[in-house]
Write a protein that binds this ligand. Structure first.
Ligand code: CA
Length: 234
């Protein structure tokens, strides 16, 4: 399904008709807030997003979508929003197209972006594959973690984690409270690497703490077990 975020009626109609004719399911949103609502509800495969929107800037909409899921986004811009295009691409949008554009041109971009992002399938960390008791979602303190959708929220607010950060958290939560040794974490997440290289692990632990902990310097959840590894306090 493609979520089209566009406030101009003439574009809305043309896009809905044109993309439907190409065989895509299309969901329309006409402002940023509406777009986020539909994004959460429908989980689109791709988003086409006009940067100049009422109620919320396109850039803000991209930022919030990116915090929820890494769905490919194609930015639509008027000619005078070049800095926004750059910011949008920096935030992880896949491509952009300038107004006015022809429908075939947009369809070609959509096809190419979908082709690019389809493979490779996500490979689960080894530690998770070994754990037969793994569940789809857990609630730990203020956090809700959905493993299947790779979404983490704290008191309902989405927290954006990189793929590695999420994998690390997932291992620490399988199950919560269990001490994971450094070797176990490195082996599970970066298999093939030198086990003595723990700096990458420390970097990811630090980043996770910054994102999850009320005070990252005195961690309450992701605690160090001296001489052994780490544990996520339930
Ligand atoms: Ca617009």
């Amino acid at each position: 399904m493609i979520l089209v975020v566009e406030d101009e009626e003439s574009y809305q109609e043309a896009l809905f008709a044109g993309l439907s004719r190409e065989g895509y399911d299309v969901e329309l949103a006409s402002d940023g807030a509406d777009a986020l609502r539909r994004f959460v509800e429908h989980r689109p495969d791709l988003v086409v997003l006009d940067l100049l929107l009422p109620k919320m800037s396109g850039i803000e909409a991209i930022r919030r979508m990116r915090a929820i899921a890494s769905v490919p986004i194609i930015i639509v811009s008027a000619l005078d929003t070049e800095t926004d295009i750059v910011r949008g691409l920096e935030l992880g949008a896949e491509d952009y197209i300038s107004k006015p554009y022809r429908l075939n041109e947009l369809v070609a971009r959509i096809r190419s972006v979908l082709r690019r992002v389809a493979p490779p399938p996500h490979v689960e960390p080894a530690v998770l594959q070994r754990d037969p008791l793994r569940v789809n979602a857990v609630v730990v303190g203020p956090f809700h973690i959905n493993f299947a959708r790779r979404v983490v929220t704290r008191e309902g607010e989405p927290i954006h984690l990189s793929r590695r950060e999420f994998d690390l958290l997932a291992v620490l939560l399988s199950p919560p409270g269990q001490v994971r040794t450094r070797e176990e974490l490195i082996d599970g997440l970066w298999s093939g690497r030198d086990l003595s290289d723990t700096r990458t692990l420390d970097t990811h632990v630090r980043r996770l703490r910054v994102k999850l902990e009320p005070d990252p310097r005195t961690p309450r959840y992701l605690v160090t077990v001296r001489g052994v590894g780490f544990r996520f306090e339930p």
